[in-house]
Write a protein that binds this ligand. Structure first.
Ligand SMILES: [Zn+2]
Length: 520
């Protein structure tokens, strides 16, 4: 009996001491200067992580942990959320997403510009099986849905076709898409009238989605930049949906300086209670297919073969050449276009140089290139003043629009940090962090990301600020950025002491499966 009593006593003492013991974390980040994703100033605090979640902020720095990261002298931030990317979803190396992780980006949004995710079910299954470097969230693509239902026809949909499009969008939303993206500049999005977009945006709105748009015109090609912004605002108003303008810019000499008027119109709409936001990449050059930059839309209608035959039709030649000459002038002439497609024989050459090499004029050279390979180009079409005017707005976030062949794929976040925070002090560090993480999560309804708070996903970037630098340029667009000392995705270390680990910790984030903390 006595023996039994003492056993109970020992057991309860053990239990008692276990209770008073410090909690144990998988990972503890100590001594770091912490920006929490809001626009508040940094504090020095300790972050405790267990599993894939942040458990404690202001944890006891002496608590037990499997791994302790000493972040003394480093900046600790929520992993950046890139709202507009062309991140690879296939290929064993490309899906490591090292180009994004080394910028501090932990979540990338795909399906932008109306493109959606090709063969989404199989693509995501394969990605999940092989492991994704970054978290992936996606938009359903208006262009992809439209093409599936009505091919590349330049006409309004019938009632049945519109119903079919609605049905496909509902399915995407049920699978967890963030909302609907459009690319109204590109075929087939350019064939859709505003009312068609509103009909579909309403479906996304009813399901809690966001409307993301590559505007119908960022320049003076068709309706003009200002009318295109008005259209986006009209869609927000009539479909009752938040609208996010992708890679906001004033493209080409006809629109330079219009950033002020765009800001005025968006600010007014926001004053009316509409949720209008935008993202921006910090480069003066866009990245576009040569055809999309120069060839008139009516020439591009239908298939690529249709386009080729129009380009070869002598009866159309004068009209096509005249319009292409205008488009070239709008974009700053043949010296402002640089071929960037990796396997093009003309890579690194301007259109002007190519014309010289081919012994012809720039428009003829462009037609030849479009017909043979239609390469990607860096097109130097923006002014720094407009970039700055947009960037200063509290509703403009960092984005990369990152795809292969442009340094924005590998260097947008450190370049934006340099340009706007460090070198010119246009933004405070906390404004930058908020507009690269917390505000993006709020805007896209990624309820468990973007902030360093208990219950949130442990997506964390730790930066050695003096070394946080863009190293890619147009010659070397794939060169990785420096300065990310540590990176966690879903509680797993994927960069440690500046070394990229093998581990792939990204997930496909279906919106309805997010584990939203109660305060979000
Ligand atoms: Zn775009």
């Amino acid at each position: 009996m006595r023996q039994w009593l003492s056993m109970v006593l020992v057991a309860s003492l053990l239990a008692c001491s276990a209770e008073t013991q410090q909690p144990t974390y998988d990972i503890l980040i100590i001594n770091g200067t912490v920006y929490d994703g809001s626009d508040s100033a940094a504090t020095v605090s300790t972050i405790g992580i267990t599993g894939d979640r942040i458990i404690a902020i202001n944890a006891d720095a002496d608590a037990k942990a499997g791994t302790v990261i000493d972040a003394e002298g480093l900046l600790v931030m929520p992993g950046f959320i890139d709202p507009h990317t062309h991140a690879p979803l296939k290929g064993p190396d490309a899906t490591a997403h090292s180009n994004f992780l080394t910028q501090g980006v932990t979540t990338v949004i795909v399906g932008s510009d109306g493109g959606g995710v090709d063969d989404r079910e199989a693509t995501f299954a394969e990605l999940t099986a092989g492991g994704s470097g970054a978290n992936i969230a996606w938009f359903a693509g208006h262009g992809a849905i439209r093409e599936a239902v009505m091919e590349l026809d330049d006409r309004a949909p019938s009632g049945d076709e519109l119903d079919a499009m609605r049905g496909m969008l509902v399915e995407e939303m049920e699978r967890g898409a963030l909302g609907l993206s459009t690319g109204l500049y590109y075929a087939p999005g350019s064939f859709a009238a505003t009312d068609e977009v509103i009909e579909l945006a309403r479906v996304a709105a009813e399901m809690g989605g966001v409307y993301d748009t590559h505007l119908r015109d960022e320049s003076s090609y068709t309706v003009g930049l200002l009318a295109a912004v008005d259209e986006a605002i009209e869609i927000a108003r009539r479909a009752n949906i938040p609208v996010h303008i992708s890679h906001i810019k004033a493209l080409g000499k006809d629109t330079w300086g219009q950033s002020t008027e765009v800001v005025r119109r968006v600010t007014e709409a926001r004053g009316d209670g509409l949720e209008v936001t935008a993202n921006q990449y910090p480069w003066r050059a866009s990245n576009v297919r040569l055809a999309s930059a120069l060839v008139p839309r009516w020439v591009m209608a239908g298939s690529r073969d249709d386009m080729r035959s129009r380009l070869g039709d002598a009866s159309l030649a004068d009209r096509i050449r005249a319009e292409m000459t205008d488009n070239l002038a709008r974009r700053g002439g043949p010296e402002a276009m640089l071929i960037t497609t990796a396997d093009s024989t003309f890579r690194g050459m301007t259109l002007l140089r190519i014309a010289e090499v081919l012994g012809t004029d720039p428009v003829s050279a462009a037609i030849e290139l479009v017909v043979t390979e239609d390469p990607n180009i860096a097109s130097f079409v923006m002014q720094q003043d407009d970039i700055d005017t947009f960037r200063a707005q509290p509703w403009v976030m960092t984005g990369s629009d990152g795809g292969r062949g442009h340094p924005r794929f590998s260097a947008s976040y450190p370049k934006a940090w340099r340009d706007f925070v460090r070198d010119r002090e246009m933004l405070s560090p906390q404004q930058f962090v908020h507009r690269s993480a917390g505000l993006v999560a709020d805007t896209l309804r990624l309820c468990d990301r973007g902030y360093l708070r208990p219950g949130y996903a442990a997506d964390i970037v730790i930066i050695d600020e003096p070394d946080f630098q863009p190293l890619a340029d147009f010659e070397n667009p794939d060169r990785l950025s420096s300065g990310v000392a540590h990176l966690l995705i879903n509680g797993k270390l994927v960069i440690h002491d500046s070394a990229r680990l093998e581990q792939r910790a990204g997930r496909v984030l279906a919106k309805h499966e997010l584990d939203c903390p109660s305060d979000s």
